[in-house]
Design a protein around this ligand. Structure first.
Ligand code: GLN
Length: 473
């Protein structure tokens, strides 16, 4: 049996019966990585010897971690040259929570530099490939986590989602990607991109695993003042209830002109399936959707420019050896250390925050953000969840959008609003194009109601075969 192909809950069953050991699971994953990762480039920091040592000592499940989540004494670089060699002196709270459950930390996954991107092409480690078609991108910025789960190089993985970075790569790689409500999971030890939008999320083979992993990493943390003190439900149990009588909204703004026809058809078929499972679907409007991309790229870059000010060659990672004096050292370190997309975002954000432009850009964006949030609040007065495509197209070719940042930014048109509103969202496979590329279905929910969106996802998954398909790699 190829243990690497199983889900976490299937493996837990086998472990309980004593049929397999934790070392067997790790060995099967190591074999899979040896075979596939040269072509995929999903994993960036991985030490076989260390993993086997941990597997012998720790009786938990193996997990991969996106390269922007701090693991004590392990390379954590955000796939950026500016953090070359950085080993954090502490664990992120999610890592502590995983270790409390004896998880075996496998290593780090590739990502867009500082999570800026939708294709994992801006990483200093090179592009990750999509396991369904090696000429295509896996999505991003958690492309490494999505690809390694899809290719069975991992059982499950953590990612982060600021504007879609868990859901979009999950959609393009055919796995389940969950972005929890803002405040559900501690951000302590997640290297900040945009602090009012960032959330750590899960990439798993199915919905039950998403429910299990969410429960493990959730909860209030005194180290993150934005984490919320609310009980964490037993998601894995609650999602198994049927969905009869649930009311689902289908926003017309998410079925736009120019979107891929096969994507649209798969999502419409999924909506029919949900109706056949007993949900009532109605068309709705989220009228401020058209402003989401513009608002996001002001808020996110403004926060990023401020968060990235700390990378100056003094305390972390790279320090330019060419510099004369301290100011020159800051300049040269940042010039050499950041890639083009990071520089673009820092400049955009600093501009939006600069005096004279602050009111016209940043402040106005915050006001529109409130309107976008209100769209959802109004919809959720009547509906239990909202159903949309995850992305307007399936995975595109490597290099296709790198010359034109705006077309890249538009990839996130369906995922960004959830971060602006702080609500949870899950992406799951809902079909395949004729050329065998996965299509993602997005389910958005009320704040702190991960339970309902996972319940809808679980029922849909039970009624379809999409999640069982595996890429040929
Ligand atoms: N693709 C979006 C961006 O480039 C979202 C990234 C993310 O969620 N980290 O900002």
């Amino acid at each position: 049996m190829e243990l690497n192909r199983l889900s976490a809950h299937e493996l837990m069953g086998l472990l309980d019966k004593g049929d397999i050991s934790h070392v067997d699971i790790c060995n099967s994953i190591i074999d899979s990585i040896d075979k596939k990762d040269k072509s995929l480039n999903a994993i960036v920091n991985f030490d076989k010897g260390k993993v086997l040592e941990r597997a012998n000592a720790q009786k938990g499940l193996p997990v991969f971690i996106k390269d922007n989540i701090c693991v004590k004494d392990e390379l954590t670089t955000c796939s950026s040259n500016i953090l070359k060699g950085f080993r954090p002196p502490y664990n992120a709270t999610v890592i502590e929570k995983l270790l409390n459950r004896n998880a075996i930390l496998m290593g780090k996954t590739n990502m867009d530099e500082f999570a800026f991107g939708s294709s994992t092409e801006t990483s200093c480690y090179g592009t990750t490939k999509n396991p369904w078609d090696l000429e295509r991108i896996p999505g991003g910025s958690s492309g490494g986590s999505a690809a390694c789960v899809a290719a069975d190089e991992a059982i499950w993985a953590l990612g982060s989602d600021t504007g879609g970075s868990v859901r979009q790569p999950a959609g393009l790689c055919g796995v389940v990607g969950l972005k929890p409500t803002y405040g559900r999971v501690s951000r302590y030890g997640l290297i900040a991109f945009a602090s009012s939008l960032d959330q750590i999320g899960t990439l798993t083979k199915d919905t039950e695993d998403a429910a299990i992993l969410l429960k493990i990493i959730s909860g209030h943390d005194p180290m993150d003042s934005t984490s919320v003190d609310r009980p964490v439900p037993d998601y894995a149990k609650l999602i198994k209830k049927d969905i009869k009588g649930l009311k689902l909204g289908i926003p017309k703004e998410y079925f736009i002109e120019g979107m891929d026809k096969e994507v649209k058809q798969s999502v419409l078929d999924a909506i029919k399936k949900l109706e056949s499972l007993g949900a009532a679907c109605e068309n709705i409007s989220l009228p401020h959707t058209e402003y989401a991309v513009a608002v996001y790229y002001l808020v996110a870059t403004a926060e990023a420019s401020s968060n990235l000010a700390r990378f100056d060659g003094v305390q972390y990672g790279l320090r330019s050896s060419q510099a004369k004096g301290v100011i020159d050292m800051h300049k040269k370190t940042r010039g050499e250390g950041f890639g083009d997309e990071a520089k673009r975002r820092i400049i955009l954000g600093a501009f939006a925050l600069s005096s004279g432009y602050y009111d016209a850009y940043y402040l106005r964006a915050l006001k529109v953000r409130t309107l976008i949030k209100k769209d959802f609040e109004d919809a959720f007065k009547k509906y239990d969840a909202i159903i949309t495509p995850t992305s307007p197209t399936p995975a595109f070719k490597i290099g296709e959008k790198t010359e034109d940042p705006l077309t890249m930014y538009l990839c996130d048109i369906f995922t960004i609003s959830a971060n602006l509103a702080g609500i949870p969202g899950v992406s799951m496979p809902c079909g395949f194009t004729k050329s065998n590329l996965p299509v993602g279905l997005q389910i958005l929910g009320k704040a702190f109601d991960e339970e309902t969106i996972l319940r809808i996802a679980y029922n849909y998954e039970q009624g379809t075969e999409w999640s069982k398909r595996k890429p040929g790699i």
